[in-house]
Design a protein around this ligand. Structure first.
Ligand SMILES: Nc1ncnc2c1ncn2[C@@H]1O[C@H](COP(=O)(O)OP(=O)(O)OP(=O)(O)O)[C@@H](O)[C@H]1O
Ligand SMILES: CC(C)(CO)[C@@H](O)C(=O)NCCC(=O)O
Ligand SMILES: [K+]
Length: 249
């Protein structure tokens, strides 16, 4: 079995797969290293042969997590590293090492699945879009605040915006103009995300006509589903790229 980790800015997504056929044994989302160790250890008949990690955290934080994993499960954790070119995709950044590894791996996974031009929209703590041309040229992308950041900036920098998580969830039953603070903020931020998605689709169309594949991933992907009906929702897109960048056998 292989332990796969996607360490984002707010959450760690994990899953355990069988080495032979990539069948999923278990998985989840946690908000701390300790919670990760607890959840993975709780899997019955756990028998890890390896571990691969993609992280957008600092090198120190990532190394600390690798040490914890070695200690808890006795496996070496292989960390995905930046590359100028991999699996037919050429990194489009002036300094390829600066491109976020989650974006790079999602782009690798997307080009592999699309076998042609693709647009990746990844909605997590940050909202990201990346463009890969028909020949595998990564054209670059965009980074904006995602839903959690937009919401918390409004809460932090205003006196009268305050509400709890339960009312936030209820507010999203519709996107009609809000008649309460929670509706106005939550729906407003969702419309921002949808606007982000639509403008990226427009750019992709300007570049490639109708000949491209759109991928939607990240925890908040469902919020823009309607704005991008043609998109393939692939929640584990980063893991697809991770397996390509860190083969373990
Ligand atoms: N089970 C879940 N646990 C936590 N967040 C979830 C879950 N399901 C959906 N979400 C949503 O996903 C968002 C976080 O997305 P994601 O996990 O992709 O972020 P991240 O990987 O930490 O961020 P980034 O990719 O920008 O570094 C939150 O806004 C949250 O509302
Ligand atoms: C943009 C984030 C924070 C999204 O997780 C991550 O991809 C990252 O830290 N990137 C480095 C900056 C860049 O991609 O240009
Ligand atoms: K992520």
């Amino acid at each position: 079995m292989i332990l796969e980790l996607d360490c984002g800015n707010s959450f760690i997504k994990w899953r355990v797969i069988h080495a032979a056929d990539a069948a999923i044994v278990g998985g989840g989302i946690v908000d701390s290293d300790q919670a990760l160790l607890d959840e993975v250890a709780a899997l019955s008949q756990l028998c890890l042969a390896g571990c691969r990690i993609v992280s957008v955290r600092s090198e120190e934080e990532t190394a600390a997590l690798c040490a914890l994993i070695a200690q808890a499960f006795g496996v070496f954790a292989r960390v995905a590293e930046p590359a100028r070119e991999m699996a037919g995709v050429r990194n489009g950044y002036d300094d390829y090492q600066r491109l976020g590894m989650d974006r790079w791996l999602a782009a690798l996974g997307a080009f592999h699945l699309a076998k042609g031009a693709c647009l990746v929209i990844d909605l997590g703590t940050a909202a990201k879009a990346d463009f890969v041309g028909p020949d595998g040229e990564h054209l670059g992308g965009y980074i904006c605040p995602g839903m959690p950041l937009m919401r918390s900036q409004l809460r932090t920098h205003t006196r009268r915006i305050r509400y709890d998580d339960a009312s936030a969830e209820r507010a999203l039953s519709s996107l009609a103009p809000g008649r309460s603070t929670v509706e106005a903020v939550e729906r407003g931020c969702v419309l921002m995300l949808q606007g982000f998605a639509r403008i990226q689709l427009e750019q992709a169309r300007a570049l490639w006509g109708e000949r491209f594949t759109v991928f939607l991933t990240g925890g908040d992907a469902p919020l823009v589903r309607d704005a991008a009906p043609q998109a393939r929702v692939v929640p584990d897109l980063v893991f697809v790229g991770l397996a390509m960048a860190c083969p373990l056998d």
